[in-house]
Write a protein that binds this ligand. Structure first.
Ligand code: F6R
Length: 592
């Protein structure tokens, strides 16, 4: 939530900061702003709305600054307005701050500063940081930041520039992500790696409680108590191509099409670490999977595989529910936290609490160096590359890949099961080659206001995921349900205005779900069915049939997911909606 960036170097800062903000816009997009240090003053430009509003406001202004910071916002404190947009400054506009996170004690700090005569301009929690830095500044920005961070409670990553030291940026991290991009004659601060990819692949991942001090020629990291910290410079495997649209209309469509590669790369990545994985699922009394949103749906699929191949009971829990529930957790439990970003705060805190209770924690993340990666006892990676579209797609099937591999390694038939999996990427390609057929169905159904998504067994989480995709990018109400539960309530909703998407590959529950299709048809419901190619029964019984290649039962989610992603994508795109940046959402949810 919120993207921050900083640049200090040999080139003009503004275009670099705007480009970086574009690649960070997935983190928040209700306002944006920059602060540039130029000719002994701070130039602040900020605008409510998407980044393009800021770009319009900056049109024709040729700022020469070589140091600056930028921000793209997902509002927490204060509505999205020009005033509340970042950067925020002290009263004399000598210090400018961009911030991601929440300062929990900002009201107390604000009162203290108001008593000292400080006048506030915004409703944000962030503004206190700028005033505190100004208050503590005695000629050294780093010193002022160190004094400030020790007054702040909550989660934050921020960057600050000042007119007093024009070629310096100081950034601080506690709870929200912050990385340093190490360049030649230039250095960067950013919330996430895609921001800096055109300039450098050398990255320092800051840990909580660290401050980074940047000039064009140097990067120094300190603890909040001011002790120097030696940091490793990592080389990110991500490249710029993967952070750009590459001819697709939207990132989401590109990322849907990247799934065969994401799946292959994750599979190969898993095989390369498999011999050194330091645990077996069977060593534990129970596996607890903790996740949110799409990652939670991946966990639900993983549960079937882990129970089937490892014979160990698996519980899948929303991270936000786990934290405040009463789950008995002990050293007999394996806790897997699934998170694309590796930064989702609910998942992170839930894993921390499981670890404190003695559980062995495993992160399954897409972002190397993310909080969950660093804090888990062991990390498995998805190798999906950066996912920019706010709706998760390729990371979902990559998560499925890792979970499938983790489960089947417990089976006596491991080799055959892995071998069979190797057909999946090509079958996904084939599924994607019929995207136009799905597009036609989307055209036909785009005007409906409500959808029900049904699936049983492995296809139930797939139905949940399909419904989530539709609602989050098209704003159409879509409910996912286990098909067998339909008769216990949702069947009352069914009429000709409520299309029902039925996920029905030929698996152990196929006959049952065909009966559910009959029940919908008997109530004048419209059925769109996803099933195996050549399925005469579904072709005949449904209003619209979307075929996917036939595949072994355990592997069906890899294929049935794809048309549901495409269906949601095409509906949202045809409705003219902002597919990659749907309203109210942010890609990385770092607030509770
Ligand atoms: C849906 C979506 C969200 C995320 C959720 C968890 O398309 O993207 O539901 O899945 O916010 O995010 P991560 O996986 O980063 O923890």
């Amino acid at each position: 939530m919120c993207g921050i960036v900083g640049y200090t170097g040999k080139d003009l800062a503004l275009p670099i900061i705007l480009g970086a903000l574009e690649r960070l816009e997935y983190r928040g997009y209700d306002s944006a702003g920059v602060a540039l240090v130029e000719d002994g003053k701070l130039i602040i430009e900020k605008k409510a709305g998407k980044l393009r509003e800021l770009v319009k406001a900056l049109w024709g202004k040729n700022y020469k600054a070589k140091t600056g910071i930028g921000h793209t916002r997902w509002a927490t404190h204060g509505s999205p307005s020009d005033e509340n947009a970042h950067p925020h400054t002290d009263e004399k506009v000598r210090f400018a701050v961009v911030h991601n996170g929440i300062i929990e004690n900002y009201l107390a700090l604000k009162e203290e500063l108001i008593k000292e005569g400080v006048k506030f301009r915004s409703d944000t929690d962030t503004e206190v940081i700028a005033h505190l830095i100004a208050k503590y500044y005695e000629g050294d920005l780093l010193e002022a930041v160190l004094k400030t961070v020790n007054r702040l409670e909550g989660a934050f990553a921020f960057a600050v520039v000042t007119v007093h030291e024009p070629n310096r940026i100081v950034g601080a991290k506690k709870g929200s992500p912050l990385i340093v991009g190490v360049g030649e004659g230039e250095n960067f601060l950013a919330s996430d790696i895609p921001a800096i990819l055109p300039y450098t692949k050398n990255v320092i991942v800051l840990d909580d409680g660290e401050v980074a001090d940047l000039t064009p020629e140097s990067v120094n990291v300190y603890s909040f108590s001011g002790e120097p910290v030696t940091k490793e410079v990592l080389v990110t495997p991500w490249d710029l191509v993967s952070a750009e649209k590459g001819g697709f209309k939207h990132f989401m469509l590109k990322e849907i099409h990247e799934q065969p590669k994401a799946v292959v790369d994750t599979y190969k990545g898993f095989l390369s670490v498999e011999p050194s994985i330091p645990f077996s699922l069977k060593d534990f009394r129970r596996v607890l999977v903790i996740a949110c949103g799409t990652s939670y749906h991946a966990g639900l699929v993983g549960k079937y595989w882990m129970e089937r191949y490892a014979g160990v009971p698996v519980e899948v829990v929303y991270a936000s529910e786990f934290r405040y529930g009463h789950f008995p957790v002990s050293d007999k439990d394996l806790v897997i936290g699934i998170s694309q970003s590796g930064e989702t705060i609910d998942t992170k805190f839930a894993l921390q609490s499981a670890k404190e209770k003695g559980a062995f924690t495993v992160g399954l993340v897409n972002v190397v160096g993310s909080a969950i990666d660093r804090e888990s006892d062991y990390t498995l990676y998805t190798h999906a590359g950066p996912e920019i579209g706010v709706a998760a797609t390729k990371t979902f099937t990559a998560q499925l890949t890792a979970l499938y591999c983790l489960a089947v390694r417990e089976s006596d038939e491991k080799e055959q099961l892995l071998k069979r999996f190797e057909k999946v990427p090509a079958l996904m390609e084939r599924t994607l080659s019929s995207a136009e057929e799905v597009e036609k169905k989307a055209e036909k159904y785009m005007k409906y206001k409500h959808f029900l998504y049904l699936g049983r067994y492995l296809s139930w989480p797939v139905a949940l995921e399909g419904a989530l995709k539709l609602k989050e990018i098209s704003y159409i109400h879509a409910e996912g349900y286990p098909a067998g539960e339909m008769k216990h309530g949702p069947i009352a909703l069914i009429d000709e205005n409520m299309p029902v998407m039925v996920v029905a590959p030929k698996d152990r529950v196929y006959e049952k779900i065909v009966s559910n299709v009959e029940e919908v048809k008997a109530r004048k419901g419209k059925v769109i069915a996803v099933g195996f190619e050549g399925d005469g029964v579904l072709t005949q019984k449904s209003d619209d049939f979307i075929p996917v290649p036939a595949v072994d039962e355990p592997l069906t989610p890899f294929l049935t997911t794809v048309p549901l992603q495409l269906f949601a994508y095409y509906i949202a795109s045809k409705l003219g909606l902002d597919v990659d940046q749907p309203r109210n959402l942010a890609k990385t949810v770092t607030v509770e």
